[in-house]
Design a protein around this ligand. Structure first.
Ligand code: HMG
Ligand code: MG
Length: 299
C-alpha cells in the first residue's frame, strides 16, 4: 500500500446541491479553479440530473463550459440516466459517476427507481461510456444506515459493489449518506467489500453528522483504503436524505493525513483560504475545525 491518498473533492457537487439557494455559475467555476490551485486533482464538478429534482445544479452545461481543459485535473460529474450522460458527453466531460443505493427506500426517494431499476438504467450508460472511452465511477449510498429503512445489510452493499464493478465502474465509492457510521463498522464494511473487489477500487465517502467521519476514514485507511471523498469547508448533504449534514471537510482530512505521514499533493494553507472564501460566499461559518483553527483573517 502506498503512502499517497487520493482525495476526491466533492464540494462543488455534493456541497452545492444541498444549498438552499442557487450559487452563481461564475462562483462555482471560481470555487473549482481555487480547488485546483490547492493541488486537488479530482474535483467533482456538478451533476447532469433533472433540474426539477436538483435546481441548484441546473447550470451544469454553463459551468462545464467555464472549466479549464487539459489542466491535468479530472472533473467527474454525476449522471442518473442516458439523458444525463448525453448532456455530459456533449459538454466534453471525460468522467462520469452513476449512483445507486443500498437501501430500496432511499433509492426511490433519490432517483425514483428501485435498486434493480437503477442498475438497469445504468447498464446502457456504462456501455456507452466504455465505448466512448469515458471513465465511470459508481457510488453506493446509505452503506452504513438509511434514514427510512434504518439498518442496512452489509451483504446488500457487497453485492451492489460487485455488480457495479462487474458492469465496468473503475471505482466504487461507499457513501455513508447520513453520517451514522462509526469506525469499526466502517472498517468491517470495507473489509467485506474488499473480499469481492480490489481494495484499490474502493473509495470512502463520509458525512459528518455525528462527528465520526475522520475516525471512520482512519479506520478505513488502516484497512487499506487510499481514496477518500471530502468537501471543502464541510459543505454538503443530500436533498433526499433527511438529516444528512455536511461531508467530511477536506481541510480536516488533509490535516489528519499529513499528520499521519500520508502525501496528498494538497497545499493545506491554500485549502484553508479556499474554505474560508467559500464560507463567506455561502454566508456562514466553516464546518471545518482545521479551518477555524488556522484561518487568521478576521471575519
Ligand atoms: P423522474 O421524475 O422519475 O424521471 O426522475 P423522468 O424520466 O420521468 O423525468 C422527469 C423529467 O426530468 C422529464 O422532464 C425528463 O426529461 C427530465 P419533463 O418531461 O417533465 O419536462 N430529466 C432530465 N433532465 C435533465 N437531465 C437528466 C434528466 N433525466 C430526466 N439527466 C431522475 C428520475 C433520476 C431523473 C431524478 O430522480 C433525478 O434527477 N434525481 C437526482 C437526484 C440527485 O441528484 N440526488 C443527489 C445525488 S446522490 C448523493 O448525493 C449521494 C452521494 O453523495 C453519496 C452519498 O453521500 O452517499 C453520491
Ligand atoms: Mg454525499
Amino acid at each position: 500500500m502506498t503512502d499517497h491518498v487520493r482525495i476526491v473533492e466533492v464540494a462543488a457537487r455534493d456541497g452545492l446541491q444541498n444549498e438552499p439557494g442557487f450559487v452563481a455559475t461564475a462562483d462555482k467555476a471560481e470555487l473549482i479553479r481555487r480547488l485546483a490551485d490547492c493541488g486537488l486533482r479530482t474535483i467533482e464538478a456538478t451533476s447532469f440530473v433533472s433540474p426539477k429534482w436538483v435546481p441548484q445544479l441546473a447550470d451544469a452545461e454553463q459551468l462545464f463550459a467555464l472549466l479549464p481543459k487539459d489542466d491535468g485535473c479530472r472533473y467527474p460529474v454525476l449522471v442518473p440516466n442516458l439523458k444525463g450522460y448525453e448532456r455530459a458527453l456533449a459538454c466534453g466531460v471525460r468522467e462520469v459517476a452513476v449512483f445507486a443505493a443500498a437501501s430500496e427506500a432511499f433509492s426511490m426517494r433519490n432517483i425514483n427507481a428501485s435498486i434493480d431499476e437503477s442498475i438497469a438504467r445504468f447498464e446502457p450508460v456504462i456501455e456507452r461510456a466504455m465505448a466512448d472511452g469515458i471513465a465511470v465511477r459508481g457510488y453506493i449510498s446509505t452503506v452504513l444506515g438509511c434514514p427510512y429503512q434504518g439498518a442496512v445489510d452489509t451483504a446488500d452493499v457487497v453485492r451492489l459493489a460487485r455488480t457495479l464493478k462487474d458492469m465496468g465502474c473503475y471505482e466504487i465509492s461507499l457513501g455513508d449518506t447520513i453520517g451514522v457510521g462509526t469506525a469499526h463498522a466502517a472498517r468491517a464494511l470495507v473489509r467485506a467489500v474488499a473480499g469481492e473487489i480490489p481494495m484499490e477500487a474502493i473509495a470512502v465517502h463520509f458525512h459528518d453528522t455525528y462527528g465520526q467521519a475522520l475516525a471512520n476514514v482512519t479506520a478505513c485507511l488502516e484497512a487499506g483504503v487510499r481514496t477518500v471523498d471530502a468537501s471543502v469547508s464541510g459543505t454538503g448533504g443530500c436533498p433526499y436524505a433527511k438529516g444528512a449534514s455536511g461531508n467530511l471537510a477536506t481541510e480536516d482530512l488533509v490535516y489528519a493525513l499529513h499528520g499521519m505521514g500520508f502525501a496528498t499533493g494538497v497545499d493545506l494553507a491554500r485549502l484553508v483560504d479556499t474554505g474560508a472564501w467559500l464560507s463567506r460566499l455561502l454566508g456562514r461559518p466553516s464546518a471545518s475545525n482545521v479551518n477555524r483553527a488556522m484561518h487568521h483573517e478576521k471575519p
